[in-house]
Design a protein around this ligand. Structure first.
Ligand code: FES
Ligand code: FES
Length: 165
Protein backbone atom coordinates (compact mmCIF):
# COMPACT_ATOMS: atom_id res chain seq x y z
CA UNK A 1 0.00 0.00 0.00
CA UNK A 2 1.27 3.47 -0.87
CA UNK A 3 2.35 5.84 1.93
CA UNK A 4 -0.19 8.44 2.96
CA UNK A 5 -0.11 11.88 4.51
CA UNK A 6 -2.95 13.96 5.91
CA UNK A 7 -2.97 17.25 4.06
CA UNK A 8 -3.77 20.69 5.49
CA UNK A 9 -7.42 20.27 4.45
CA UNK A 10 -7.66 17.15 6.63
CA UNK A 11 -7.98 14.78 3.67
CA UNK A 12 -5.76 11.73 3.52
CA UNK A 13 -3.64 11.62 0.36
CA UNK A 14 -1.41 8.84 -0.91
CA UNK A 15 1.98 9.04 -2.56
CA UNK A 16 2.11 6.97 -5.75
CA UNK A 17 4.80 6.29 -8.34
CA UNK A 18 3.34 5.56 -11.74
CA UNK A 19 5.14 5.27 -15.06
CA UNK A 20 3.11 6.77 -17.89
CA UNK A 21 4.36 6.60 -21.47
CA UNK A 22 7.86 5.85 -20.18
CA UNK A 23 8.03 8.74 -17.70
CA UNK A 24 7.89 8.06 -13.96
CA UNK A 25 5.54 10.37 -12.02
CA UNK A 26 5.43 10.75 -8.24
CA UNK A 27 2.13 12.31 -7.17
CA UNK A 28 -0.15 12.74 -4.18
CA UNK A 29 -3.65 11.43 -4.84
CA UNK A 30 -6.88 10.95 -2.94
CA UNK A 31 -7.98 7.39 -2.18
CA UNK A 32 -10.92 7.69 -4.59
CA UNK A 33 -8.87 8.99 -7.53
CA UNK A 34 -9.73 7.17 -10.75
CA UNK A 35 -7.03 6.49 -13.31
CA UNK A 36 -8.90 8.34 -16.08
CA UNK A 37 -9.04 11.48 -13.93
CA UNK A 38 -5.43 11.11 -12.80
CA UNK A 39 -4.31 10.98 -16.45
CA UNK A 40 -6.51 13.83 -17.64
CA UNK A 41 -6.34 16.19 -14.66
CA UNK A 42 -3.10 15.45 -12.82
CA UNK A 43 -0.98 14.76 -15.92
CA UNK A 44 -2.92 16.78 -18.55
CA UNK A 45 -3.06 13.74 -20.83
CA UNK A 46 -6.49 14.47 -22.26
CA UNK A 47 -6.19 12.08 -25.22
CA UNK A 48 -7.84 9.47 -23.01
CA UNK A 49 -11.55 10.25 -23.22
CA UNK A 50 -14.15 10.08 -20.48
CA UNK A 51 -17.75 9.37 -21.42
CA UNK A 52 -19.95 6.82 -19.63
CA UNK A 53 -17.70 6.50 -16.53
CA UNK A 54 -19.30 3.09 -15.97
CA UNK A 55 -17.01 0.74 -17.88
CA UNK A 56 -19.44 0.48 -20.79
CA UNK A 57 -18.07 2.55 -23.69
CA UNK A 58 -14.30 1.97 -23.84
CA UNK A 59 -13.55 5.64 -24.56
CA UNK A 60 -11.14 5.65 -21.61
CA UNK A 61 -9.15 2.57 -22.69
CA UNK A 62 -5.44 2.64 -21.82
CA UNK A 63 -2.85 -0.09 -21.46
CA UNK A 64 -1.98 -1.13 -17.91
CA UNK A 65 1.17 -3.24 -17.94
CA UNK A 66 0.42 -3.87 -21.62
CA UNK A 67 -3.21 -4.94 -21.19
CA UNK A 68 -6.24 -2.85 -22.13
CA UNK A 69 -8.36 -1.54 -19.25
CA UNK A 70 -11.19 0.93 -18.87
CA UNK A 71 -9.38 3.59 -16.88
CA UNK A 72 -12.67 4.89 -15.44
CA UNK A 73 -12.94 1.60 -13.54
CA UNK A 74 -9.40 1.58 -12.12
CA UNK A 75 -8.40 3.20 -8.84
CA UNK A 76 -5.17 5.14 -9.27
CA UNK A 77 -3.94 3.67 -5.98
CA UNK A 78 -4.00 0.21 -7.55
CA UNK A 79 -1.64 1.42 -10.29
CA UNK A 80 1.15 2.38 -7.86
CA UNK A 81 4.43 0.97 -9.21
CA UNK A 82 2.91 -0.03 -12.53
CA UNK A 83 3.12 1.12 -16.16
CA UNK A 84 0.43 2.89 -18.14
CA UNK A 85 0.41 3.66 -21.84
CA UNK A 86 -2.02 6.22 -23.20
CA UNK A 87 -2.73 7.29 -26.76
CA UNK A 88 -0.12 10.05 -26.33
CA UNK A 89 2.48 7.31 -25.90
CA UNK A 90 1.85 5.60 -29.23
CA UNK A 91 3.85 7.92 -31.47
CA UNK A 92 7.62 7.71 -31.00
CA UNK A 93 10.45 9.90 -32.31
CA UNK A 94 7.98 12.16 -34.14
CA UNK A 95 6.61 9.16 -36.02
CA UNK A 96 3.04 8.00 -35.70
CA UNK A 97 2.30 4.42 -34.75
CA UNK A 98 1.33 2.28 -37.75
CA UNK A 99 -2.21 2.06 -36.34
CA UNK A 100 -2.50 5.85 -36.27
CA UNK A 101 -1.25 6.04 -39.86
CA UNK A 102 -3.72 3.43 -41.03
CA UNK A 103 -6.62 5.03 -39.14
CA UNK A 104 -5.94 8.21 -41.12
CA UNK A 105 -5.33 6.41 -44.41
CA UNK A 106 -8.65 4.55 -44.14
CA UNK A 107 -10.52 7.60 -42.75
CA UNK A 108 -11.60 5.30 -39.95
CA UNK A 109 -12.84 7.81 -37.34
CA UNK A 110 -15.64 10.28 -38.04
CA UNK A 111 -16.10 12.50 -34.96
CA UNK A 112 -13.04 10.75 -33.50
CA UNK A 113 -14.20 10.59 -29.89
CA UNK A 114 -13.87 6.81 -29.77
CA UNK A 115 -10.59 6.73 -31.71
CA UNK A 116 -8.10 6.88 -28.78
CA UNK A 117 -9.83 3.98 -27.06
CA UNK A 118 -10.01 1.91 -30.23
CA UNK A 119 -6.35 2.65 -30.95
CA UNK A 120 -5.35 1.34 -27.53
CA UNK A 121 -7.48 -1.81 -27.82
CA UNK A 122 -6.02 -2.43 -31.29
CA UNK A 123 -2.49 -1.81 -30.00
CA UNK A 124 -2.98 -4.37 -27.24
CA UNK A 125 -4.26 -6.86 -29.81
CA UNK A 126 -1.33 -6.43 -32.21
CA UNK A 127 1.19 -6.66 -29.35
CA UNK A 128 -0.29 -10.04 -28.39
CA UNK A 129 -1.32 -11.26 -31.83
CA UNK A 130 0.51 -9.51 -34.70
CA UNK A 131 -1.62 -11.14 -37.41
CA UNK A 132 -5.19 -11.31 -36.19
CA UNK A 133 -8.18 -12.45 -38.21
CA UNK A 134 -11.06 -10.07 -38.89
CA UNK A 135 -13.04 -11.87 -36.19
CA UNK A 136 -10.23 -11.36 -33.68
CA UNK A 137 -10.06 -7.66 -34.54
CA UNK A 138 -13.80 -7.29 -34.05
CA UNK A 139 -13.56 -9.14 -30.72
CA UNK A 140 -10.69 -6.93 -29.56
CA UNK A 141 -12.62 -3.69 -30.16
CA UNK A 142 -16.01 -5.04 -29.08
CA UNK A 143 -15.80 -3.03 -25.85
CA UNK A 144 -15.23 0.25 -27.70
CA UNK A 145 -18.53 1.84 -28.63
CA UNK A 146 -18.68 4.04 -31.72
CA UNK A 147 -21.88 5.87 -32.50
CA UNK A 148 -20.73 7.29 -35.86
CA UNK A 149 -19.24 4.49 -37.92
CA UNK A 150 -20.19 0.92 -38.71
CA UNK A 151 -16.68 -0.12 -37.62
CA UNK A 152 -15.94 -1.25 -41.20
CA UNK A 153 -13.11 1.25 -41.77
CA UNK A 154 -11.72 0.68 -38.28
CA UNK A 155 -11.51 -3.05 -38.90
CA UNK A 156 -9.93 -2.52 -42.34
CA UNK A 157 -7.40 -0.09 -40.87
CA UNK A 158 -6.37 -2.49 -38.09
CA UNK A 159 -6.00 -5.40 -40.51
CA UNK A 160 -3.96 -3.19 -42.84
CA UNK A 161 -1.75 -2.10 -39.91
CA UNK A 162 -1.18 -5.76 -39.02
CA UNK A 163 -0.25 -6.58 -42.61
CA UNK A 164 2.14 -3.60 -42.77
CA UNK A 165 4.17 -4.35 -39.63
S1 FES B 1 -15.65 6.25 -19.84
FE1 FES B 1 -14.71 4.43 -19.19
S2 FES B 1 -15.78 2.84 -20.19
FE2 FES B 1 -16.86 4.65 -20.74
S1 FES C 1 -16.19 8.18 -34.76
FE1 FES C 1 -17.65 9.20 -33.53
S2 FES C 1 -17.96 7.87 -31.84
FE2 FES C 1 -16.69 6.77 -33.18
Amino acid sequence: MANFVVDTDGIKRYLVNITVNGTKYTKMIKANSLLVNFLREDLDLTGTKRACEQGDCGACTVLLDGKPVNSCMVLTLSVDGREVTTVEGLAANAKLDILQEKFMEHSAPQCGFCAPGILMSAKALLMKNPHPTEHEVREAIAGNLCRCTGYVHYVEAILDAAASQ
